[in-house]
Each structure stands twice: as structure tokens, then as C-alpha cells.
Write a protein that binds this ligand. Structure first.
Ligand code: NAD
Length: 379
């Protein structure tokens, strides 16, 4: 896939001025409201300048109020120079993956956003932590639970904070679902279902197990796991560790075995929760799907589409739910983490949550490998 071009650079004022009806990011950053303006933006270095970094994070970083790009880590120096020019940081703040240790000497950079292929998340997160930088790591956190443990240990040892790039944890409709699930008026949701799938045609790292860790489950199925966590969690206690108690899964027969050499083409799975809630989910690289639904005795809520960067359509038993949304999910997500760092608190969208999702994913693969046997989940 060709990396998208960086957005045309505009001043933050003119960019915000173009946003509809004053829907500024600040209104959506949960703990910003009512607080005085922050003294200094935190500096981010983006590690991995591919599609998501250029297409989504770069425009978001023109909206953020609490952080800004002050460096990059890339294997392509020309891309680094383009980012340096675009975001006006010195070329001395362009690093390669091999020189990440030198980030330790750069006081302009407070945190690193790891946006490389999944298999590289552990090495890049650990290198950033060792350089004393806080980390946002893209989903999935890693390819195994053992790698997640190593990342958590490295961040603990370096006393830096770790968050995962789960942008929908900050999306207003998803937050409303989470609140409804816990409220006596709406919840609990006991029947869940969802699917996220898209047909993949070109041979990219996403279909190589060594880099992706698996197929569509690692890449997009994880969104259903995330949504299910929000819809089923009525405990209100340790959100990052809330998990199903058991999984069953079946891999789809491969229609293109020569293409999907060592990753699944698609997979169906179920999740059982301690309160009796059950969910049925699907992901695939062979069809298109984008939906999530949660049902209970007092309410149902349906997202279709459920997981895009914008334009979610949400209906409930009581009618459509059309909340004001921020201009950029990613800007809210990054600002929230910057505030956590500044205020010295852990992000609720933590490394623990990324690890939890890997425990669930490993259980799904174990069940599928065992012909659909029921696998207990222990986070
Ligand atoms: P991409 O292929 O477009 O970009 C990957 C980047 O990593 C490229 O710049 C590439 O040069 C670099 N890279 C470094 N070492 C590499 C290697 N050994 N092999 C291949 N590329 C290498 O991928 P992307 O879509 O930007 O995805 C990157 C990460 O972001 C993935 O973990 C993905 O799951 C995540 N992502 C998250 C979202 C979201 O909504 N949160 C959306 C898209 C992607």
C-alpha cells in the first residue's frame, strides 16, 4: 500500500477555524474541561511513518492541544526529512530504528508513538522506554502475551507510562455504551455480536505471520474484542483487566490457501462472560463487515458502521443516538495520554488492557487450533 501524503500544513488556528460549529478537540478531552491552559505541549516522536501515521496521526497532530510532533523514527531518511519540514522540527530529531537509544538525549521528546508492524511493537516500545520516553503503542500491543509482559516490565523499570492506540475508547458513542451497560436503566447487555472484516488482495505484512502475528483477528478482529469489553463490563472495577471467562472459535476454511499461507483467512469466535453475557463475532480478510450490537432486557444498541475513524451510525431501542463527535478520534486519544503523563497518572487504556486482549486472542487461536474446544480465559 502506498503511504498517504502528509496533509497540507496549516496553522492550528486556521485548521481549527475550519472545523464545524466549534467542535474543537478540547471539548472531548475528558479531564481538560475547566482546567487552565497547559504550560507546555509534550513532544511526540512517531516511530513508523506508514499509512496510519501519515494518513491519520499527522492530521490529528495538527489538532492536539497537549502534544505535538517533535521527532520521528524511520528507516527512510527522506520521509523523516519530509516530516521534519512539515512539522518544523530539526533534522537532528530524525532517528532510525537502530539509533532509538539516542532519544534519551533529546529533551524535546517526551513520548514515542509506535506505529510499526505488530511484530516490531515490543522492540520499539522497549527501546523507547529504555530511552526514558512514555509510549503509545499501536494495536495489537504485540504478537504474544509473553511479549506484552516484557513490554510492561520494561516500562515499569524505566518508570514510564504505556498506553495502547485504542482510539474508540475515547469515542463518545462507545463511551455512552459503556455507561449504559453499567446503568440500571439500560444494562446489562447480555447478548453481543459483531464483525469487522475487509477483503485483502495485495500481499502486505498483514498476511505474514512473522510480522503480523496472525491474520484479520490481530488486525481488525481485535476491535470486536474491545467493543465487547466495553459492552459486557458491568463491574466498573478494573476495566483494563475485565475479560470473558471462556472462548470458543472456528477458523474459516481457506478459499485462497496460496495467499493466506500461515495466517487465518477468517475466524468466528464466541465469548462468555461471568454475568452470563455471551457474544458471537467474526473477522475475515475475505469479505466486508463493520457492525456491533449489544442487547439486554431494557435496551439494545447497534453500531453500523461500528469501527471507522468517523461516521459511526448508532441506533438504540429508544431511537438513534447521534452524539457530537470530535474532529479526530486520534487527537483526543493522544491529548488524553499527554495529560495522563503530565499529571502523573496511568491511562485507563493501559498496557494491561493491551495484554488482556492478547490473552483473549491467544485463547481464540488455541480454541480454533483445538477444533473449537472451550478455552478458559485467565488474565
Ligand atoms: P503500514 O504498512 O502502512 O506502515 C508500517 C510502517 O512501518 C512503514 O512506514 C514501514 O516502513 C515501517 N516498517 C518498519 N520496519 C518494517 C518492516 N520490517 N516491515 C514492514 N514495515 C516496516 O502499516 P500501518 O497501517 O500504518 O500500520 C502500522 C501499525 O498501526 C499496525 O500495528 C496497525 O495495526 C496499526 N494501525 C492502527 C490503526 C488504528 O485505527 N488504531 C489503524 C491502522 C493501523
Amino acid at each position: 500500500m502506498k503511504t498517504p501524503r502528509l496533509p497540507a500544513l496549516r496553522s492550528r488556528r486556521s485548521f481549527l477555524g475550519e472545523l464545524a460549529a466549534g467542535a474543537a478537540v478540547a471539548a472531548f478531552a475528558p479531564s481538560v474541561r475547566g482546567q487552565p491552559a497547559a504550560p507546555r505541549k509534550l513532544g511526540i516522536a512517531i516511530a513508523g511513518l506508514g499509512g496510519y501515521a501519515a494518513g491519520q496521526l499527522a492530521p490529528a497532530l495538527q489538532l492536539t492541544q497537549h502534544c505535538e510532533v517533535r521527532g520521528v523514527v524511520t528507516g527512510t531518511p527522506a520521509k523523516g526529512r519530509e516530516w521534519a519540514q512539515h512539522f518544523r522540527f530539526p533534522e537532528t530529531s530524525i532517528y532510525s530504528y537502530d539509533t532509538m537509544a539516542r532519544l534519551a538525549d533529546n529533551r524535546d521528546i517526551d513520548l514515542v508513538y509506535v506505529v510499526t508492524p505488530n511484530a516490531l511493537h515490543p522492540a520499539h516500545t522497549i527501546a523507547a522506554a529504555k530511552a526514558g520516553k512514555h509510549v503509545i503503542c499501536e494495536k495489537p500491543m504485540a504478537n504474544t502475551v509473553a511479549e506484552c509482559d516484557a513490554m510492561l516490565a520494561a516500562c515499569r523499570a524505566a518508570k514510564v507510562k504505556l498506553s495502547i492506540g485504542y482510539r474508540l475508547q475515547f469515542e463518545p458513542h462507545n463511551l455512552a455504551m459503556k455507561e449504559r451497560a453499567r446503568s440500571a436503566e439500560f444494562g446489562p447487555y447480555l447478548k453481543l455480536s459483531g464483525a469487522l472484516a475487509f477483503p485483502i488482495r495485495r500481499r502486505v505484512w498483514r498476511v505474514e505471520k512473522a510480522l503480523a502475528g496472525g491474520g484479520p483477528l490481530m488486525d481488525v478482529g481485535i476491535y470486536c474484542i474491545q467493543a465487547a469489553g466495553m459492552a459486557a463490563d458491568t463491574t466498573g472495577t478494573n476495566h483494563a483487566k475485565f475479560a470473558p471467562v471462556a472462548i470458543t472459535a472456528r477458523e474459516h476454511p481457506k478459499t485462497r490457501p496460496e495467499f493466506f499461507l500461515d495466517v487465518e483467512e477468517g475466524i468466528d469466535w464466541t465469548m462468555e462472560f461471568a454475568n452470563g453475557a455471551k457474544g458471537e463475532f467474526m473477522t475475515s480478510y475475505n469479505v466486508g463487515a463493520d457492525r456491533f450490537r449489544a442487547e439486554g432486557a431494557k435496551d439494545w444498541i447497534e453500531f453500523a458502521p461500528a469501527f471507522p475513524y468517523g461516521g459511526l451510525k448508532v441506533t438504540t431501542a429508544r431511537g438513534p443516538l447521534a452524539l457530537a463527535v470530535p474532529p479526530s478520534q486520534q487527537a483526543v486519544q493522544m491529548d488524553h495520554f499527554a495529560q495522563c503523563v503530565r499529571e502523573g497518572r496511568e491511562s485507563p487504556v493501559s498496557g494491561e488492557m493491551g495484554r488482556r486482549d492478547m490473552v483473549i486472542i491467544e485463547a481464540i487461536y488455541a480454541s480454533a487450533a483445538g477444533g473449537g474446544k472451550r478455552v478458559a480465559v485467565k488474565v
